[in-house]
Ligand binder design. Structure first.
Ligand code: F3S
Length: 381
C-alpha cells in the first residue's frame, strides 16, 4: 500500500498510519474489523475538514472494512426547529462523499448498536463515548482516534499497534468504591467526576448493572477526562485488563457529585435533553412510556437525539412524540450542531452533554435523572 499499489490516496493514508506508529515507536500495525469515522459534523470540521475529505474522495478510494459514521450537524429528518439548518448543504456534500466511499450512513455515536464488537477485537474508532464503551463493555481494543486517522484506517484496514491495543496499557491503578447513595439515574454526574479527578485506568465497584446508566457514565468520563477504558467490576470482560498489585482505593458518595446535579426544577425556559449518547430502541421506548398521557408545561421543551436509522425503523414513535411537542432529532445532537434558540437552563441526564453545552455552547446546565427531567417538564398524569 505504501508503494502505491492501491493508488495514491491509500498510499498517503498508509503513510499517515506508519508515521504515527513510528512516532510512538510501536513498530507494528494491526488489522481492524470495524472503523467508526468521527469528524463528520460540518459545524465541527468546517471547510478545511470538508476539503480533506474531498481530497480523499477524489482519489476514488473506498472503505476496505465495515465503516460507520458519527452524527452530522443537521437534523436529517429536516423537521427540527431547534437544530440550526444553515449548514445543510455543506453537510450533505460530506454525507454524499462518505456514502460514495462505502461508509454506512449510520450518523450516530453508538456504532456498537450497528455491529457489536467481539472480545479482544481490534478496532479503529473515533468518538470517545463509543471508544470507552467498546473497551469497557465488550473488551474490544481501540484507541481514541481523530477523524483523519479513522479515514486512513477505513481505507487501509489497519491501525498502529499501540495504547489500548496492548495489554500493558490496560492496567487498573485506582479502585473507586461507590456509596449506596449514588443513584444510577445520576451516573452522568459520576462519570463527569471520574473524568475530572482520575487520570489513570480506574475500576468502579458497586455499579448498578443498568446499561443505559453505564453508557452515560462512560461517555461522561471520556468527555471530561482522557479515558478510553474504565473497568466496571463484574461487567468488563476478565482478561482484557489487570489490576496493579498496589492500587489506590477511594470512595465516592453522592455528596461528591451533588454540585453537578439539579434538585429543584429550574425557572424560565427549560430545555430537557436526553440522547447523549444517542438512544437505542430500548431506551427510546422507555422515554415514550414515561411521557405517555402527559403534556409539556408552558415554557418547557424536550429534545431527544437518536440514530438516523430511526427515521425508517421508528417513524411512528417519532411522530407520536412530535405530536406531543417533543423535538426528536435524527443523525445529530445539539453538541455537534447549533441550537436556534438558547434556553435559560438545560436539564440533561448526560454528563457529556452537560460538559459541552456549558463549556462550548455557553448554556447554563445541570444534570438530573430522566425521571426528574420528565417530572420537571411535563404536567402530572
Ligand atoms: Fe453523541 Fe453528540 Fe453526545 S455525538 S455522544 S450525542 S455529544
Amino acid at each position: 500500500m505504501l508503494l502505491g499499489e492501491k493508488g495514491y490516496v491509500v498510499a498517503k493514508m498508509m503513510e499517515l498510519i506508519v508515521k504515527i506508529c513510528e512516532a510512538y515507536g510501536c513498530g507494528k500495525l494491526v488489522k481492524v474489523n470495524h472503523v467508526h469515522v468521527s469528524g463528520v459534523s460540518y459545524s465541527n470540521i468546517g471547510e478545511h475538514g470538508l476539503e480533506f475529505i474531498a481530497d480523499t474522495h477524489r482519489g476514488g478510494a473506498k472503505a476496505s472494512v465495515f465503516t460507520t459514521t458519527n452524527p452530522t450537524c443537521v437534523d436529517l429528518s429536516g423537521k427540527s426547529k431547534l437544530i440550526d439548518s444553515t449548514f445543510t448543504g455543506r453537510q450533505m456534500v460530506i454525507n454524499r462523499m462518505f456514502e460514495e466511499m462505502g461508509f454506512q450512513p449510520t450518523y450516530s455515536c453508538i456504532p456498537y448498536f450497528f455491529r457489536k464488537p467481539s472480545l479482544d477485537e481490534h478496532l479503529s474508532w473515533g468518538e470517545s463515548s463509543a471508544v470507552i464503551y467498546a473497551n469497557s463493555i465488550y473488551g474490544a481494543r481501540t484507541n481514541r482516534e481523530g477523524g483523519p486517522l479513522t479515514l486512513a484506517s477505513s481505507l487501509t484496514g489497519f491501525t498502529y499497534y499501540y495504547g489500548m491495543h496492548l495489554d500493558e496499557n490496560r492496567v487498573v491503578e485506582t479502585i473507586i468504591e461507590l456509596g449506596e447513595d449514588v443513584e444510577p439515574g445520576l451516573y452522568g454526574a459520576l462519570g463527569y467526576w471520574v473524568g475530572e479527578n482520575i487520570n489513570n485506568v480506574p475500576m468502579l465497584r458497586n455499579v448498578a448493572l443498568d446499561y443505559p446508566s453505564i453508557k452515560i457514565l462512560l461517555a461522561a468520563a471520556a468527555a471530561t477526562g482522557n479515558h478510553a477504558l474504565v473497568v466496571i467490576e463484574n461487567l468488563t470482560p476478565q482478561g482484557t485488563y489487570r489490576v496493579l498489585d498496589r492500587v489506590e482505593k477511594i470512595r465516592i458518595d453522592s455528596k461528591e457529585i451533588e454540585h453537578l446535579t439539579v434538585r429543584e426544577s429550574p425557572e424560565g425556559y427549560v430545555l430537557g435533553y436526553v440522547g447523549c449518547p444517542h438512544l437505542d430502541p430500548l431506551e427510546f421506548n422507555l422515554i415514550i412510556e414515561r411521557i405517555k398521557g402527559r403534556r409539556l408545561k408552558p415554557n418547557c421543551r424536550l429534545l431527544v437525539s437518536v440514530p438516523y436509522l430511526f427515521l425508517s425503523t421508528h417513524g411512528r414513535e417519532i411522530e407520536f412524540l412530535r405530536r406531543r411537542g417533543v423535538e426528536v432529532v435524527v443523525g445529530t445532537c445539539p453538541i455537534v450542531s447549533r441550537l436556534t434558540e438558547k434556553p435559560d437552563f438545560l436539564l440533561t441526564n448526560s454528563g457529556k452533554a452537560f460538559f459541552y453545552m456549558k463549556n462550548i455552547h455557553g448554556v447554563e446546565a445541570g444534570i438530573a435523572s430522566i425521571d426528574f427531567i420528565v417530572n420537571s417538564l411535563f404536567e402530572k398524569r
